[in-house]
Design a protein around this ligand. Structure first.
Ligand code: G4P
Length: 530
């Protein structure tokens, strides 16, 4: 293996996703603790937006500021270099999370055993399924009175539309939780509540011997034997290939806050999770082992502090070696760019790097050159694919309050939407009416504030009775033009000039779909791929 192949084989780049409060931050911290990247619990700041702060977006931005520091956390474990890409849990920033998922090679999904599959989990899994991302599931909070584990597995399969395969199995739950049985290693890990230290009480047991009774008591021993028999009968043996294809998700049970079940998760993760994967561009598939550097920007973080008005673009390296102070081709702009201070992240610190390898994420200071999805290469003209925009859920018309500042407003909204803060739609037939679509109300406050403070433009947002925007295409261009003409005010264009249908309700959308079989309605901008 060449040196670069060794570096690639070492990398495990993944994201942890969950519905808010399921335990993502806690698990992330415990993985860093087990990985030796931090020494004490409590060192990782939650980037969770605290309840009650929803009307105060500056507070949210302050917390998002923290989240930049924890955007990528890197540590070495078992000879591997592990990159955890953090994802915001708050629904209003869901698009950020979706995009981060384009930069990972696998995912750990955290589920709260009391609440089961929650709304945000379903949406995030949809994105993983779309991309065939391998997923490991961690069922957390087993120290709480949660649901029956078999019921939980059924719920996971039904709601997330994925096959699951437990690799550990809980012995009792809630106040009687005694630990987990590792179904592959045939070992028992006994539970003791422990929030600060890493201690393990793992023993190999033959579950058919009386040893089991001695350790967990008669009743739980009988139950475990029954459960294991049932699992062996119902679930196929675990097959890593199926996991790598995204067809089956191995499941672990534990309690992150008590450091319990985390080691099993991490050890199995390092054994089965994929190393840096190949990625698609609009012209071809790129292998990580290719000599020439390529990468794409999946996230841009703006700093709201007027003293530090810089932006940070997060670049995922896809092939070759990224080097500091080297000129690369910014494909969209067709210009050469180089970076004197690219940095990478180690736990809470960041350090300037000389080089980075496929799978790594590099932070680049940006003065407005980047847009989400931008590709860098050594010269080849191609664009990484699969960084879609999702159909927004809230729509408001942008009203200019200062006619003297129309230019500033125009520039501001263009740039902010390049950052992926929101999506901009225009209706040329209505005097270039501008509609801003988001997944959360908070974004409007952020945009209004930034337009005023960064661009000197004053605006207002007026609500619109639209619930969905779908990109529309048709095989016959005439049919599309006909539909666009007929629908008039219900049609807008996105920033790339693609037509979008604005629906007032799901019912109206369905009716239009039924009545216009020649027109295809797309819920993500990904259709441009096909
Ligand atoms: P999130 O990032 O997914 O939003 O969740 P986070 O880790 O912040 O955890 C949410 C809450 O759940 C926290 O409590 C955390 O301590 C708790 N938690 C995490 N893992 C477990 C577990 O295994 N068992 C139990 N019982 N609780 C767990 P909090 O009260 O919101 O915050 P804190 O004051 O404890 O930090």
């Amino acid at each position: 293996m060449s040196a670069i192949e060794q570096e690639i084989a070492k990398r495990r780049t993944f994201g942890i996703i969950s519905h808010p409060d399921a335990g993502k931050t806690t698990l992330t911290e415990k993985l860093l603790l087990f990985g030796g990247a931090i020494q004490t619990a409590g060192a990782v700041k939650s980037n969770k937006i605290k309840k009650g702060a929803t009307s105060d977006f500056m507070e949210i931005e302050r917390q998002r500021g923290i989240s930049v520091a924890t955007s990528v956390m890197t540590f070495n474990y078992n000879g591997q270099k592990i990159n955890i890409l953090d994802t915001p849990g708050h629904k209003d920033f869901a698009e950020d999370t979706y995009r981060t998922l384009t930069a990972v090679d696998s995912v750990i999904l955290v589920i709260d055993c009391v609440k089961g599959v929650e709304e945000q989990t379903e949406r995030l899994m949809e994105v993983c399924r779309m991309r065939k991302t391998p997923v490991i599931i961690f069922i957390n909070k087993m120290d709480r009175e949660g649901q029956n584990p078999f019921d939980l597995l059924d719920e996971l399969e039904q709601k997330l539309n994925i096959h699951v395969r437990p690799l550990t199995w809980p012995i009792n739950i809630g106040s009687n939780f005694k630990g987990v049985y590792h179904l592959l290693d045939k070992s028992l890990n006994l539970f003791s509540a422990n929030k600060t230290k890493i201690e393990k009480d793992v023993v190999s047991v033959d579950i058919n011997s009386t040893d089991l009774e001695a350790r967990v008591g008669d009743r739980d021993a009988v139950q475990l034997r029954e459960d294991v028999e049932l699992i062996d009968g119902v679930y196929e043996p675990f097959d890593r290939e199926e996991y790598l294809k995204g067809d089956i998700a191995p499941v672990f049970f534990g309690s992150a806050v008590n450091n319990f079940g985390v080691q099993e998760l991490l050890d199995t993760f390092t054994k089965i999770a994929p190393a840096t994967q190949a990625r698609h561009t609009d012209t071809r598939e790129v292998q990580p082992t290719e000599k020439k550097f390529t990468g794409f920007v999946f996230k841009i973080h703006a700093n709201l502090d007027p003293k530090h008005r810089d932006r940070i673009a997060f670049l995922r390296i896809c092939s070759g070696v990224f080097e500091r102070n080297t000129f690369y081709n910014h494909v969209r702009l067709g210009k050469k760019v180089r970076f004197s201070n690219p940095y990478n992240f180690m736990a809470q610190d960041k350090e300037v790097i000389e080089e980075g390898f496929p799978g790594d994420v590099v932070g680049l200071y940006d003065t407005g050159n980047f847009k989400i999805g931008d590709t860098l290469t050594e010269g080849e003209v191609m664009n990484y694919q699969g960084i879609p925009s999702f159909s927004p859920e809230i729509f408001k018309e942008l009203i200019n309050l200062d006619p003297m500042k129309a230019k500033q407003l125009e520039k501001g909204i263009e740039q902010l939407t390049d950052e992926g803060v929101a999506q901009l739609f225009v209706q040329p037939q209505l005097g270039n009416r501008k509609i801003v679509g988001t997944v959360g109300d908070l974004q409007y406050e952020v945009i209004q504030y930034r337009l005023e403070h960064e661009y000197g433009a004053k605006c207002r947002f007026d609500g619109m009775p639209i619930t969905k925007a779908c990109w529309i295409t048709a095989e016959d261009p005439k049919k599309l033009q006909e539909f666009v003409r007929l629908k008039g005010q219900q049609i807008a264009q996105d920033k790339d000039g693609n037509y979008v249908f604005l629906a007032e309700s799901d019912w109206i959308l369905r009716m239009n779909q039924t009545n216009n079989p020649d027109v295809t309605f797309h819920f993500t901008s990904e259709f441009k791929l096909f």
